[in-house]
Design a protein around this ligand. Structure first.
Ligand code: XMP
Length: 525
C-alpha cells in the first residue's frame, strides 16, 4: 500500500437524515474512507480531520425555521470540494446568500430531473435524452422546502417541474448542491455521481478495499496488543466471528475465544461454531456448556425484560469466570461496528433520533480491568461481511440473519423450558433450511420461528392431537428499525407448515405472522 488508507477521506456532516448512513456506504463502496459527524462539531475538528471533501447530508429540519442547523461558515472557506444533498443544498443556499422557500406540500418519490448547464459533477451522466437533446436523470426526491434563488456565483445545474432549482454549482469553489438523493438506489446514476464527486472532483483514490482494510487492521492490532493475551466472547454471530477470524490472522495463539452455549442457540449452533473456528481454523476456543445454569435461572420467569436481564447477567457472570481463568489476558476484543459508534456518540450528545433499546448480551463487566480491542469500529455491516468472506469464513455464516443476544429466550413466549427450546430449534431449522433450498433466505432480512406456549387441537390419521403452536416470522427491512412482513409464496408456507407438523411431535398448528414494524416489533418479546 503506497498511501495510507485514511489519506483520502471524506467528512460527512450529518443534519439528521435517515439517508446519512447510506451516503457513507456509497462513499465507502467507491473505495473512499469517510466518517460521519454531527453538523455542529467544532470547526477545529473539521479542520483537523483533513478531509479531501465534505458532504452535507439531508435532514428533517427546515432551513426556514428559527433555530435551524447550519454548517460552520468557515467550512465554505476550506478550499475543498463540498456536496450538499437535499437539506445540505438548502443550507448552502441560505448560508451563501441564496433564498429558500417552502413548497407548501412535500414532494416524495421518483422524479425526472433535467440536467442543465455543464458542470463537472453531472457531465455526461444521464439516464435518457429528450427529443430536444436534454440529458435526463431518474432520481429520488424527498423534500418540503426548495431553493428559490441561487446564491451569488452559483449556476443552475438541474431542475424538475416542482423544483426549478434542483441542483446548483459554484465550480470556481467546487461547491455543489443536489436537491435529490443520489445515495438511494432509486437514483439510477447515484453511483456515477458519487464516483465523479469523490474521484474526479475531490481527487480521492479507491484504496478502501477489504484486502487493504484487513492488512491495516492486522498491523494495528499487532501494534496495539504486542505479545499480550486477548480474549473474545464468540457468539457465532457475524461481528464476533469476523473479529475472531481477524485476530486469529493477526495474533494467532494469543487469542482465546470463549463460546458460551446457553441452551438458547439455534439448531446445532454450538457444534457449528466449534467446527468452524476450532477445527477448521485452529482458533483456541473454550466452549462452556451452560445450558443447565441458564435454564435454572429462567425457571419461573416469564416477563420478557426479566428474562433478558437474567440471560444477560448470567452471560456476564460466566464470561467473567472464564476470563479470570485466562490469567494473563490484558485485552478484551469486541465486535463493535461503526453504526454502534455513531449511535453511542449520538446518545451521549442527546442528538440521536433513534436509540436502540437493546444491546448485545455481554455488556462490559466493569471490574474486568481489561482494555478493549475493537478492530471493526470503523466498519459498516456490509464491510464486516466482505472482510469475513475475504478472511475465508463461509458465506452462509457471514451472511446469516441477525440473532438476538438472548436467543431463543425471547422466541419462547413466557417461561423458557428445555423441551420448548428443543422443539423450537427443530421447527426453526426446517423453516431456515427450506428458505435456503428455495433461494428465499437472502431475500428476507430475518426469519425465524416463535414458540407459543398455548395448545390447540389437531388431527393425524384417526388420532386427535392437542399440542403447541408455532409462528413463522419473516421480515424485509433495511435498518431493522422498521420492517414489513415478507410476502412469502403460499406454496412455500404450505410446504414448511406441513413439514413442521409432520416431522415434529408436539406441534399441532403453524401460523404466519403478518405484523409490520411498527406497530409490531420483529421479535415477539
Ligand atoms: P425488534 O424486536 O426490536 O428487533 O424489532 C430489531 C432487531 O434487533 C434484534 N434484537 C436484539 N438483539 N439483543 C440483541 O442483540 C436483544 O435483546 C434483541 N432484541 C431484538 C432482533 O432480532 C432484530 O434483528
Amino acid at each position: 500500500m503506497s498511501r495510507d488508507l485514511h489519506d483520502d477521506k471524506i467528512l460527512i456532516l450529518d443534519f439528521g437524515s435517515q439517508c446519512t448512513q447510506w451516503i457513507a456506504r456509497r462513499v465507502r463502496e467507491a473505495g473512499v474512507y469517510c466518517e460521519i459527524y454531527p453538523w455542529d462539531i467544532s470547526f477545529d475538528r473539521v479542520e483537523k480531520f483533513a478531509a479531501r471533501g465534505i458532504i452535507l447530508s439531508g435532514g428533517p429540519e427546515s432551513t426556514l425555521a428559527d433555530e435551524t442547523p447550519l454548517a460552520a461558515m468557515e467550512v465554505f472557506n476550506l478550499n475543498i470540494p463540498i456536496l450538499g444533498i437535499c437539506y445540505g443544498m438548502q443550507t448552502i443556499a441560505r448560508q451563501l446568500g441564496g433564498v429558500v422557500e417552502n413548497v407548501g406540500k412535500s414532494e416524495f418519490g421518483y422524479a425526472h430531473v433535467r440536467a442543465r448547464g455543464h458542470t463537472e459533477l453531472l457531465r455526461d451522466i444521464q439516464d435518457s435524452v429528450t427529443e430536444e437533446g436534454h440529458g435526463m436523470l431518474d432520481v429520488w426526491m424527498s423534500h418540503g422546502d426548495r431553493v428559490a434563488e441561487l446564491p451569488p456565483g452559483f449556476k443552475l445545474m438541474a431542475s424538475t417541474e416542482s423544483a426549478p432549482i434542483a441542483g446548483m454549482a459554484d465550480e470556481s469553489r467546487k461547491i455543489y448542491g443536489l436537491q435529490f438523493h443520489p445515495e438511494v438506489t432509486h437514483t439510477k446514476q447515484g453511483v456515477a455521481i458519487y464516483s465523479r464527486f469523490l474521484h474526479e472532483i475531490c481527487g480521492c483514490g479507491s484504496a478502501w478495499t477489504s484486502a487493504n482494510i484487513i492488512e491495516l487492521t492486522i498491523n494495528n492490532v499487532r501494534t496495539q496488543v504486542g505479545k499480550d493475551q486477548v480474549i473474545l466472547g464468540l457468539s457465532g454471530g457475524v461481528d464476533s466471528s469476523v473479529v475472531a477470524a481477524l485476530l486469529h490472522e493477526a495474533i494467532g495463539d494469543q487469542l482465546t475465544c470463549i463460546f458460551v452455549d446457553n441452551g438458547l442457540l439455534r439448531y446445532q449452533e454450538g457444534d457449528h461454531v466449534m467446527e468452524q473456528f476450532a477445527e477448521h481454523m485452529g482458533v483456541k476456543v473454550i466452549r462452556v456448556d451452560a445450558e443447565a445454569r441458564f435454564l435454572a435461572k429462567l425457571e419461573g420467569v416469564s416477563d420478557p425484560e426479566l428474562k433478558r436481564k437474567a440471560i444477560g447477567n448470567l452471560f456476564i457472570e460466566i464470561f467473567e469466570e472464564e476470563a479470570a481463568r485466562q490469567n494473563d489476558a490484558r485485552w478484551l476484543a469486541q465486535g463493535t461496528i461503526y453504526p454502534d459508534v455513531i449511535e453511542s456518540a449520538g446518545a451521549s450528545t442527546g442528538k440521536a433520533h433513534l436509540i436502540k433499546s437493546h444491546h448485545n448480551v455481554g455488556g462490559l463487566p466493569e471490574n474486568m480491568k481489561l482494555d478493549l480491542v475493537e478492530p471493526l469500529r470503523e466498519l459498516f455491516k456490509d464491510e464486516v461481511r466482505r472482510v469475513g468472506v475475504e478472511l475465508g469464513l463461509p458465506k452462509e455464516m457471514v451472511y446469516r440473519h441477525p440473532f438476538p443476544g438472548p436467543g431463543l429466550g425471547v422466541r419462547i413466549l413466557g417461561e423458557v423450558k428445555k423441551e420448548f427450546a428443543d422443539t423450537l430449534r427443530l421447527a426453526d431449522d426446517i423453516f431456515i433450511s427450506e428458505l435456503r433450498a428455495s433461494d428465499l433466505y437472502d431475500q428476507v432480512s430475518q426469519a425465524f420461528v416463535v414458540f407459543l406456549p398455548v395448545k390447540s387441537v389437531g388431527v393425524t390419521g384417526d388420532g386427535r392431537r392437542y399440542n403447541h403452536v408455532v409462528s413463522l416470522r419473516a421480515v424485509e427491512t433495511i435498518d431493522f428499525m422498521t420492517a414489513r412482513w415478507a410476502h412469502l409464496p403460499y406454496e412455500f408456507l404450505d410446504h414448511v407448515s406441513r413439514r413442521i407438523m409432520n416431522e415434529i411431535d408436539g406441534i399441532s398448528r403453524v401460523v404466519y405472522d403478518i405484523s409490520g414494524k411498527p406497530p409490531g416489533t420483529i421479535e415477539w418479546e
